[in-house]
Write a protein that binds this ligand. Structure first.
Ligand code: SF4
Length: 379
């Protein structure tokens, strides 16, 4: 089973923290949909169209800037090209785009999961993030989602913002939890160099939150969500049992996925299963609209050693952790004596749970998952 990711590169304005590929000019949406359909059709009768596809994820950018008829055309092309046996179809939405009719339209096309970028309900923080929506629009959208027939909705929150107190975060969580969400993604703010916040940091006009504060936010998120039976299953992802995201879980388990649209990434195993390839569509809408040959990207070849290390990194961010037998059978990777000693040391510090079958991080370990992974891989 494989997945498809579709990048919709339009946004109304640039959020201050965002370093995804997007354009803020609304022109060219029809031309984009036509080019996307061309790209989809170019995969017919290829390596990619024979595999069963069980998840589709529309991300961006802002997929909810497309109309239902535009989605309809895209779904027709997908169903005509791929072997679709869909279990999960997700569309990312921004609160200011959503109406009851829009959600019903998505549902009628087979969308069964929507992901809404709430980020916070605090008006000042929304301004700091340069979001297009306000708190009232987010609340209205959550009410519509709750009343809709869409099976699962998820909301994104960002914590660890400069000036954000624990009380402010608690208020955000309380407001969101009143809607009983089946899934929540909560990210700590990262300030990327090429963003508006990155520039402000460079100019000394922004003081990031202290590590200690971010750690307290991390703990508060986990605690509040746990009280509502929404459990962490990955560093930034929480769900009620059975509502975990299939598409994203597939990324962490190295399943094949095909990225379509400008800036989309793909990952696909070679038939030998001894190597895999990763590639990126050029993040340039103008060039994308003029592309004649969608089947000639330059691909990075990944060795089993590289893949094993990546799988450890991704797996240790999940509560399930890493199955050592899978690591050996699929990636030909065995732990060295030095790594075993390093794991034993981390276990004695309460950061890792480790036996002959699996490695998992404890709640304490998950706070520093990336640093721990690096220590294990370089031991
Ligand atoms: S966060 Fe989402 S809506 Fe904001 S600029 Fe980035 S892609 Fe667009």
């Amino acid at each position: 089973m494989s997945g498809i990711y579709i990048h919709i590169p339009f946004c109304k304005q640039a959020c201050s923290y965002c370093d995804f590929y997007f354009v803020t000019k609304p022109d060219n949406k029809n031309a984009f949909v036509d080019a996307l359909i061309e790209e989809i059709r170019s995969k017919k009768n290829t390596f990619y169209s024979s595999d069963a596809i069980d998840t589709i994820y529309f991300g961006g950018g802002t997929p909810s800037l497309l109309t239902i008829p535009q989605f309809d055309k895209i779904f027709s092309a997908l169903n005509n090209t791929f072997n679709t046996q869909l279990k999960e179809v997700t569309v990312e939405l921004n609160p200011d785009d959503v109406t009851k009719e829009y959600l019903a339209g998505l549902k009628s096309l087979g969308v069964n999961r929507v992901s809404m970028g709430v980020q916070t309900f605090d008006e000042e923080l929304l301004l700091f993030m340069n979001r297009t929506h306000n708190s009232a629009e987010a609340l209205k959208c959550l009410e519509l989602l709750k009343a809709s027939d869409i099976n699962v909705f998820t909301a994104d929150l960002i914590y660890g913002n400069p000036g954000q107190t624990l009380k402010m975060l608690e208020k955000d969580l309380d407001i969101l939890l009143a809607f009983d969400p089946p899934h929540v993604s909560a990210y700590s703010l990262t300030i990327e160099p090429k963003t508006r916040l990155g520039k402000q940091l460079e100019l000394g006009r922004l003081i990031p939150a202290e590590d200690e504060t971010v750690e307290k936010h991390f703990e508060l998120v986990e605690e509040k969500l746990k009280q509502k039976d929404i459990h962490r299953y990955e560093v930034s992802n929480f769900a009620k049992t059975g509502s975990e995201a299939l598409h994203n879980s597939n990324y962490w388990e190295h399943k094949n996925y095909l990225g379509l649209g400008p800036g989309a990434h793909s990952f696909w195993w070679d038939r030998s299963l001894k190597t895999a390839y990763r590639w990126e569509n050029e993040p340039d809408l103008k060039n994308y609209l003029q592309t004649k040959d969608f089947n000639n990207p330059s691909k990075e070849r990944l060795t089993l050693q590289h893949l094993a290390e990546e799988r450890i990194m991704l797996g240790l961010r999940t509560v399930k952790g890493i199955d050592l037998k899978v690591l050996e059978a699929k990636y030909d990777y065995c732990l060295t004596e030095e790594q075993i000693a390093c794991l034993a040391q981390k276990e004695s510090e309460g950061k890792i749970l480790f036996d002959t079958n699996a490695i998992r991080l404890t709640s304490t370990g998950l706070k520093i998952a990336d640093a721990l992974t690096l220590d294990i891989l370089t031991a």
